[in-house]
Design a protein around this ligand. Structure first.
Ligand SMILES: Cc1ncc(COP(=O)(O)O)c(C=O)c1O
Length: 414
């Protein structure tokens, strides 16, 4: 997509780029507010994948026939596109994965040999399970200490200042979310990066909820590893990225083994391919990678600053609308300025699942549950919450439909 669009001024034009949004849901216009779980796909992404299958499809890095060469060029170009999008030095720092979860599993395996018994990994109480369980398992296997930055009920964020007291010579990795998938807060990564690096530790960041909402530059942010999913940034499922600083990637061992990631193999020994291919064994998600590249092109057409400010306006509208109903608890920072696109809430006397079912009757799709963040639910002392999450195509009228649906639920469950 060549022309620049504006997320704030072109609401319905933006919607028209997403075929599914013209669908009726139970006789109502579809109001899709489950973008934190996955975003819908623009025509440009769908047609890039369709056209690749129809015109250029073959396996990559293997054939010397024209189709394989074309596929290889397109697949490598998608890596370069992603590298440029997040401010990485080159494609050598971009490993395609199946998504954020896959990236964290891969990273924790790649780092295994760098840990010694007693070393520490710090995460937070607000992490998605995918940035918790792999570290938990690694800590158990290697005798590591896993520590947690606690939730701060005064601010609706994390107790950031506690990190300063927690971090020590033993800390090897700090792995934190950039935007919380429940609380919507934005982590102060620049400050954290300085602290982490002052202690010779590494900073890994979960950008699953931020990559399609905020401008990201890994170098300026001082991030060592960054994980995200294609399907939450208007791209296809089974696509994702693990960014890693080239000097680190060069020194780390692969997480998985097989074809394509090797340079030379004898019966007893193997040597590894160049970066990033040493971390991409077997046939990779080729078409998904092409789709991810197209999603990057789509996002480039909207300056990320515009998307961020658009979603902030939507957030303010939603927070005001829901609060005006009364008997609503909103989780996370109280100011829309400190949040990015994710709004978890509960309605007094209405279970989040019941609310979601009722809203569904009116064509409004939200998420209800623990959001794969059970330890955070424990800290908030709730079993579940409702969550509305926004995207480039979300309009104020979508929020009005949400608020009206919640109001209706309140009258039913009084
Ligand atoms: C903050 C965060 N991290 C990680 C994930 C996991 O992403 P995926 O399921 O695409 O691997 C999610 C998904 O909801 C998320 O919101």
């Amino acid at each position: 997509m060549k022309t620049r669009a504006s997320a704030s001024s072109n609401g319905s034009r933006t919607r028209n780029l997403f075929p599914i949004l013209s669908r009726k849901m139970r006789g109502h216009p579809l109001v899709y507010l489950d973008n934190g779980a996955t975003t819908q796909k623009p025509s440009s992404v769908l047609s890039a994948m369709d056209s690749f299958y129809k015109k250029s499809y073959a396996n990559v890095h293997r054939g010397i026939h024209t189709l394989s060469e074309e596929a290889t060029v397109a697949y490598e170009h998608a890596h370069e596109n992603v590298a440029d999008f997040i401010g990485a030095s080159s494609l050598r720092e971009i490993v395609f994965t199946r998504g954020t979860t896959d990236s964290f599993n891969m990273l924790s395996r790649m780092l295994t040999q760098t840990f010694s018994r007693g070393d520490e990994i710090i995460v937070s109480q607000a992490e998605h399970h995918s940035n918790l369980v792999p570290w938990q398992q690694l800590a158990q296997q290697k005798g590591l200490k896993l520590s947690f930055i606690p939730y701060d009920s005064r601010t609706g964020e994390l107790h950031w200042e506690k990190l300063e007291k927690m971090i020590s010579k033993k800390t090897k990795v700090v792995s934190l979310t950039h935007v919380s998938n429940v609380l919507g807060f934005i982590s102060p990564l620049k400050k954290i990066s300085k602290l982490v690096h002052d202690h010779n530790a590494l900073l890994s960041v979960d950008a699953a909820q931020s990559v399609a909402r905020l401008p990201i530059n890994v170098k300026k942010m001082g991030v060592d590893f960054l994980s995200f999913s294609g399907h939450k940034m208007y791209g296809p499922t089974a696509s994702g990225v693990l960014y890693g600083r080239e000097d680190l990637f060069s020194s780390l061992e692969p997480a998985y083994y097989g074809g394509d990631m090797v340079r030379e193999v004898t019966l007893n020994k193997s040597t590894w391919n160049d970066l990033p291919w040493k971390f991409e064994p077997g046939t990779p998600p080729i078409v998904e990678g092409i789709g991810l590249g197209a999603a990057v092109d789509f996002l480039r057409a909207y300056p990320l600053e515009d998307i961020f400010s658009h979603e902030k306006k939507i957030m303010a509208h939603a927070m005001n609308g829901l609060s005006s109903l009364g008997n609503i608890t909103i989780y996370g920072p109280s100011s829309p300025e400190q949040r990015a696109g994710v709004l978890a809430f509960n309605v007094k006397h209405v279970h989040a699942h019941d609310l979601s079912s009722l809203l569904n009757e009116d064509g409004v799709a939200i998420r209800a549950g623990h959001h794969c963040a059970m330890p955070l639910m424990t800290a908030l002392n709730i079993p579940a919450s409702a969550r509305a999450s926004f995207a480039v195509y979300t309009e104020k009228s979508d929020i009005d439909a949400l608020v009206e649906g919640v109001r209706k639920a309140q009258t039913i469950f009084k």
